[in-house]
Design a protein around this ligand. Structure first.
Ligand SMILES: N[C@@H](CCC(=O)N[C@@H](CS)C(=O)NCC(=O)O)C(=O)O
Length: 374
């Protein structure tokens, strides 16, 4: 049957209070006003009723293989997570999962094209097929999972929203922020949580909304805001690039759940599986004590059937994903297990140190739990 598809661009929800990126200006919202997330999404609808629309690039794996690289939508301004270095390279925790995916597919972690995206641009880029996967401190929510055509794979980092203030302000609690001006990024869960939480607690505030972290924290550092709010990981990260990091303190309170992880488009289950099991391979390698340093020795000597399956010595696990059977070996060899990825970017020896907390394996008191590779 011939099918016609009509692509319509819909501004799903419009938040009128967003600053323009170019001007860097921002217009305050009247406190208490309902805030909705700003996203532009492409929706495919059948011109004549009937079957469901095929997803953009429904065979993403083939597209990626033909192209010879994965196009990964990332952040470029959050040190430790997604950051564009002066030499033009990207680094961070999210970046390492782009590399892990490339290692799983190509046996080569460098086969990635990084596409820096603002919070507001990211879902459109995913929808239109501009990127294969979004790995950019993106929170899994019901609305994004449904109306935005996004599918969230395994959570790589359990986070929550916090606030940073100047130490000299003496602000210690959210209630101390009554009457404050608060800097926040557009197109984020952050804006929504801020509005909901402050309304529910009767705290009066004025948001100043910007499209990039540089603009948002810049305005905060200039003293235009009393506080800057984002995911706590983002607060730790962005404090490291402030002029005087020690002048700022992150408040204890966490106002939301922000499960962050890689996102793919609706409609390509195989690709979803590949991205999800790439993450799970890093958890499982940590659980088994397999690292980039010992993976070759373990592969040569192991008698453990679970390890054999994971490393491609039996069971054809990779083939079931559409990959080669050394997919997980390549992830571990070239990028490392979850602990290696975490410590490289967020460990005690980094400027962006964040204690593992919830992001420990379930065997260590955290909530990272991978289903069995078998
Ligand atoms: N996890 C939240 C927030 C993600 C987010 O984009 N946060 C901002 C904080 S200002 C950011 O990372 N901005 C970096 C940039 O666009 O330069 C979400 O998914 O909405």
């Amino acid at each position: 049957m011939q099918r016609k598809w009509l692509a319509i661009f819909a501004v799903l929800m419009v938040f009128s209070l967003v600053a323009t990126a170019c001007s860097g200006g921002a217009s305050p919202a009247p406190s208490g006003e309902k805030v909705v997330e700003t996203v532009i999404v492409t929706v495919e609808v059948p011109a004549e009723g009937g079957e469901a629309a095929p997803a953009m690039g429904a065979n993403t794996l083939q597209t990626v293989k033909d192209r010879g690289k994965v196009v990964c939508g990332v952040n470029s301004s959050v040190p430790g997570f997604g950051f564009l270095n002066e030499d033009g390279s990207f680094s961070g925790f999210d970046i390492d999962f782009c590399k892990a995916l490339a290692a799983a597919i190509f046996g080569d972690p460098t086969k990635v094209e990084y596409r820096p995206l603002t919070a507001k641009e990211r879902f459109t880029a995913l929808q239109t097929g501009e990127i294969d996967v979004l790995i950019r401190n993106t929170t899994w929510t019901l609305t994004r999972d449904t109306e935005l055509g996004a599918n969230f794979t395994a959570t790589t980092f359990y986070d929550g929203q916090g606030f940073i203030v100047r130490k000299e302000s003496g602000i210690k609690t959210l209630e101390d922020l009554n009457g404050a001006t608060i800097c926040v990024g557009a197109g984020t869960t952050t804006e929504l949580n801020l509005a909901d939480t402050f309304a529910a607690r009767g705290i009066d505030y004025t948001p100043l909304v910007f499209e990039t972290a540089d603009e948002t924290t810049g305005a905060y550092e200039e003293g235009r805001c009393d506080a800057y709010t984002t995911d706590k990981s983002g607060l730790v990260a962005r404090r490291t690039v402030m002029a005087n990091p020690d002048d700022h303190v992150i408040l204890d309170e966490t106002i939301s759940k922000e499960p962050l992880g890689p996102v793919v488009r609706h409609g390509d289950d195989q690709w979803y599986d590949i991205v999800q099991w790439t993450v799970y391979a890093t958890f499982t390698a940590e659980e088994f004590g397999i690292t980039s340093a010992n993976v070759d020795d373990i592969k040569a000597s192991t008698e453990n059937p679970s390890v054999k399956k994971m490393l491609g010595l039996e069971g054809d696990m990779g083939q079931k994903l559409g990959l080669s059977n050394d997919w997980a070996y390549n992830i571990i060899k070239y990028v490392g297990n979850y602990a290696e990825i975490y410590n490289r970017n967020l460990g005690p020896d980094t400027p962006t140190y964040i204690p593992r907390g919830l992001n420990s394996l379930y065997t260590d008191g955290g909530i990272l739990y991978a289903p069995p590779i078998r």
